[in-house]
Ligand binder design. Structure first.
Ligand SMILES: NC(=O)c1ccc[n+]([C@@H]2O[C@H](COP(=O)([O-])OP(=O)(O)OC[C@H]3O[C@@H](n4cnc5c(N)ncnc54)[C@H](O)[C@@H]3O)[C@@H](O)[C@H]2O)c1
Length: 165
């Protein structure tokens, strides 16, 4: 969904997944989730949207990486972020990477850790920014969809962390 929306906005997008059945389905024009209008959106943006299992292909030209993996509850009830951090670690050495956006649902405090991690990634490249794509944001009522969009944008870049790890 994220990849299709970014392609709709005019970006060239490579969607990478580790599930061969999902990537195969997407190659054949099938949409593996129910989301009204998504199939049409993928079809009309097919020039800008690729699907792959291959990490190298996904990272070859990538300037902005969105982390969209699932973060299920662990045995303790906390979100299991292991898949998200595994994706972030896999970005080491991506030559053109300039920003990592955490789209997965994560607990408070993950932004600080993401910034610390991207600082480490930046040691071998140009500076890489970290951003959070917030799912739920507090809104004053009444809220129009326009104000939701503008707030989502303003939350995309967090202020400097006063207490980094
Ligand atoms: N920020 C937002 O606005 C927003 C909106 C919707 C969902 N979410 C969050 O996004 C996350 C994903 O949601 P979903 O419904 O798409 O989950 P999902 O389980 O349907 O999809 C996750 C995908 O990640 C793939 N994956 C797992 N490990 C991977 C890896 N190392 N590399 C590449 N792909 C990998 C899986 O194969 C799966 O296809 C969840 O944390 C959800 O809460 C955030």
């Amino acid at each position: 969904m994220t990849g299709a929306c970014l392609a709709e906005l005019g970006h060239d997008v490579v969607v990478r997944d580790i599930d061969p059945a999902k990537v195969e389905a997407l190659h054949s024009g099938e949409v593996p989730i129910y989301e009204p209008g998504l199939g049409d959106m993928i079809a009309r943006n097919k020039e800008r949207l690729r699907f792959t299992l291959d990490l190298g292909e996904a990272l070859a030209e990538t300037e902005v990486a969105y982390v969209c993996v699932d973060t299920p509850p662990s045995a303790s009830g906390d979100a299991d972020l292991s898949k998200a951090w595994s994706v972030v670690r896999s970005l080491v050495g991506a030559a053109h990477l300039r920003a990592v956006v955490m789209k997965s649902t994560v607990p408070v405090g993950t932004g600080a850790r993401a910034r610390a991690t991207t600082r480490t990634l930046s040691e071998t490249s140009s500076p890489i920014a970290a951003a959070m794509s917030c799912t739920f944001i507090a809104l004053p009522a009444p809220a129009s969809s326009t104000s939701i969009r503008s707030r989502a944008t303003s939350h995309a870049s967090e202020p400097a962390d006063p207490d980094p790890p």
